[in-house]
Design a protein around this ligand. Structure first.
Ligand code: HEC
Length: 279
């Protein structure tokens, strides 16, 4: 075969492959693959139990968690959160006045891709748009005294809602792919990716902790660790990046927003419950 024929044959093969292989990954396929990975790993775990994270893999700890949740040690914080939620902004309007559906049953729709803005929008960004439109300054995503506290109430208004993230169109898919890349990229001196610990390593013990599976990880934020230490989802991302000695981003960065988009998509269909207890 001469060179020309080989080139033609390769080109033909290339176009055939292009026809059967999608140019980019398919988010729903990713989610199904992840479900299958964990079904093989934890055949006894029921889908709905993934919302408990590592607790689902330890019966005693799950029992303790359930009794703690009957009288959470951070009710004072939740009261403060509700008060903040009800405090009118400079314009006289409240958050309920300016958020979609009065802020109820909406958290499961975020993050979402905003085509007009050309980027991923988190629920925290919607709160900030609401604040700046009503004469207030924007807050930082990771600030536990302001944004974190407000969302500790706001997100409970979506308890029971199923995670419902949509990835539609090229630009949205690109943001999703970017988040996926962050999830699978090894970082820090330990050279670990999120997937190393929360997919391959899920169920393994690291020091005194069991590593939670990826599915369900995005359903219950913020969390209160120990007594009343409020931690937002992206603060947790930064903490996990720190645990492999990688200096993570400030919560609210585009990289973390895209990561949250991908990460939350994988929990689609699971019920949300905000402001839960974690060790
Ligand atoms: C060296 C292992 C390690 C790596 C790498 C790691 N984590 Fe973690 N992560 C942990 C440990 C330990 C915990 C606490 C136990 C648990 O809930 O899994 C945790 C907890 C979490 C939680 C909270 C789960 C819950 O239900 O409270 C989230 C979310 C999370 N990690 C996301 C990430 C993301 C995103 C990355 C990548 C940026 C990442 N982790 C990388 C070890 C790791």
């Amino acid at each position: 075969m001469n060179v020309n024929k080989i080139v033609t044959a390769l080109a033909l093969l290339g176009s055939l492959l292009a026809a059967v292989t999608p140019a980019q990954a398919n988010p729903e396929q990713d989610r199904q693959n992840m479900i299958k990975t964990f079904k093989d790993k934890f055949p006894d775990l029921k889908t709905e139990d993934y919302v408990y994270g590592a607790l689902a893999l330890n019966k005693d700890a799950l029992g303790q968690y359930k009794s703690i949740m009957e009288f959470p040690p951070y009710t004072t914080e939740l009261d403060k959160a509700e008060k903040l939620w009800n405090t009118p902004m400079k314009s006289g309007k409240t958050y309920a006045d300016c958020l979609p559906n009065g802020g109820k049953m909406i958290a499961g729709n975020y993050p979402q891709f905003d085509n007009a803005k050309g980027k991923v929008v988190t629920l925290e960004m919607v709160v900030n748009d609401c604040r700046t439109a009503n004469g207030e300054e924007a807050w930082k995503y990771g600030d536990d005294k302001t944004m974190g506290l407000l969302t500790a109430h706001l997100r409970t208004l979506s308890d029971g809602m199923k995670v419902n993230i949509k990835v539609e169109g090229e630009a949205a898919l690109k943001a999703y792919e970017d988040g996926k890349k962050t999830w699978y990229t090894r970082k820090g001196q330990l050279n670990f990716s999120c997937a190393n610990c929360h997919v391959l390593g899920a169920g393994e013990r690291v020091r005194s902790e069991i590593l939670s599976p990826m599915i369900g990880q995005a359903t219950h934020w913020p969390v209160f660790r120990g007594g009343s230490n409020l931690v937002t989802l992206q603060t947790r991302y930064k903490g996990c990046h720190g645990s492999v000695r990688h200096v993570g981003d400030e919560p609210g960065s585009e990289r973390y927003n895209n990561l949250e988009y991908f990460h939350t998509y994988i929990s689609n269909g699971l019920p949300m419950q905000a402001s839960v207890f974690r060790k």
